[in-house]
Design a protein around this ligand. Sequence first.
Ligand SMILES: [Zn+2]
Ligand SMILES: [Zn+2]
Length: 349
Amino acid sequence: MKALVYHGPGQRALDDMPKPEIRSATDAIVRITRTTICGTDLHIMKGDVPTVTDGRILGHEGVGIIEQVGANVSNFLVGEHVLISCISSCGRCANCKKGMYSHCENGGGWILGNLIDGTQAEYVRIPFADNSLYPIPAGADEEALVMLSDILPTGFECGVLNGQLKPGDTLAIIGAGPIGLAALLTAQFYSPAEIIMVDNDDNRLKVAKSFGATQVINNGLGNAAEKIMALTGNRGVDVAIEAIGIPESFDICQTIVAAGGHIANVGGHGKPVQLNLDRLWAQNITLTTRLVDTVTTPMLLKTVTAGKLQPKQLITHHFTLDQMMQAYDTFGNASSELALKVMITNQND
Ligand SMILES: [Zn+2]
Ligand SMILES: [Zn+2]
């Protein structure tokens, strides 16, 4: 089968790889119909994720059709359409019982396209299939649902839920990439009064405005925090969502958080940040971190199927699996290509 394979920093190829086989009775083999590329895959390509080794098939998002199930898979039958979660989980260990699937103690968590072969291929092996796949309702738009493998639950769980967003709140989202935009879309479940989006890319800010942002700020001059304080009458924001993962964006969050407010970190950080507790210790703030657990996927599936949430707006480019190398080039130059999410269709579909 064809698959996008990582061969060390900066090296990738569309290789012929053996088709995956069932290894455990709880596995399923899924024939991928649609997949996408995540910002995390670009981090991997830079060599920033040392757990990913030479020869790994990348990808942790996608939808497909069950090709084969292990003897202990009871929720799915061959031929069923399924959504693949970026998090695989046993559903039975102590952490899974708490809904913390990302920290599954039986070898689950973010393993797809990381510790095991991923979804940017014709077929993928999904461990713990019963708890790691979701049935796709008949007639649902598969392209829209690819956005539910990772970015929508990530923006919602790590940003909106952890930020404890309430009706009438003033919200700022730092970073208008796919994850920040996913937070923007799902934040509107709670009717915040103001949604301020910050980015350095005018195209992304334009998209943010069309997705419901009430104010957009280009931080090209590095003065976003000042502008937000001015916009809020020096009060700051109730919820600040950090959706980039660099010290500068965290710093904006800690500068603009109002007394009693929440900083919800979503971005994956590669460097330490300075936490200004000398100012914040008396400000009654909450700072949260989280890896997505995908526990809200069933709820998000319903909202997308019902048309309340329209994540398809995030898809800007279409490719076939044969064009995977080109898809990476486009997504890797997102700013000049005006790319958000790229949709990859398996040509056999
Ligand atoms: Zn991802
Ligand atoms: Zn578990």
